[in-house]
Design a protein. Structure first.
Length: 272
């Protein structure tokens, strides 16, 4: 009898020890019998949509770069970026002209970053530039009494009325413009961690550059400084200027596919 009672007690204790964890889980779930998944990660360990956010900055061929990203699923991020850069340079000499130029870059766009191997940083990113004001402006001067050339023709600026002009370059014929890049470094690391070092290379299809140059004032003369005429109205000067601008435009044509190269630092955190 004593042995049977002992065996019954041990069997009851074993059953209770097996049932207690289930009861505890059930109680934690409010009695529904199912364990609630974390809002951050599902049963498979994948991050929930829009559960993380990242911000970063760096340098690119489009200027100083700022970026923000959020995760759509395990394989994709949605990323927005903006670029800004101003630079002024003076006293560039070409074909007898002294050039002062100001570069004005400002652009913004968005892309979808696709990670075919989520635990690694490689990605492919189609996107678009929705705002693009990348351009340059320049002034041209020819010192009095010196020569300059247009379309392989030499002219002489008046000693008392030097030649002046201006020009503009636009890199935004196609706006918005399609972009495609590839790169390494996930702004929202799938292996955990908060810091990343994203790098990308690709192109923006901004269309053929537009170039305008005008000689607005001053006079040209013969080699002896005589027989001077206004540069803005002389047919020969204007014809050769048009031909010279066409050559420059052809040289700039490769920039219709503007290169994108960028690198920087990013920090990510949970939003829910």
């Amino acid at each position: 009898m004593a042995q049977g009672a002992a065996q019954s007690f041990e069997s009851s204790s074993l059953q209770q020890s097996l049932l207690d964890p289930i009861a505890n889980l059930d109680a934690a779930d409010g009695g529904g019998g199912q364990v609630m998944a974390s809002p951050m990660r599902g049963a498979s360990g994948a991050m929930g949509p829009l559960s993380h956010f990242a911000m970063g900055g760096g340098i690119s061929t489009m200027g100083i770069n700022l970026q923000a990203a959020t995760n759509l699923n395990r394989y994709m991020n949605l990323r927005a970026s903006g670029n800004y850069f101003n630079y002024t340079v003076n006293n560039i000499t070409t074909n007898g002209f002294t050039v002062g130029a100001k570069l004005n870059f400002a652009s913004a766009g968005a892309s979808v970053d696709f990670y075919p191997f989520p635990n690694h940083g490689f990605r492919i990113s189609p996107g678009a530039l929705f705002y693009n004001q990348n351009a340059a402006n320049a002034t041209f001067t020819v010192a009095g009494g010196t020569s300059f050339s247009l379309n392989n023709t030499t002219y002489f600026a008046s000693a008392t009325n030097p030649v002046l002009g201006n020009g503009s370059l636009g890199l935004h014929a196609q706006n918005p413009a399609f972009t495609v890049t590839t790169g390494w470094g996930n702004m929202i690391p799938r292996r955990g961690g908060r810091w990343s070092f994203p790098f990308e290379i690709g192109a923006a299809f901004t269309g053929a550059p537009t170039l305008n140059i005008a000689l607005t004032s001053g006079q040209i003369c013969d080699a002896q400084g005589q027989n001077c005429v206004a540069v803005a109205t002389d047919a020969s000067v204007q014809q050769n200027l048009t031909a010279q601008v066409a050559k420059y435009t052809n040289d700039l044509n490769p920039l219709k596919i503007y290169p994108i190269v960028s690198g920087g630092l990013a920090y990510s955190f949970r939003t829910r």
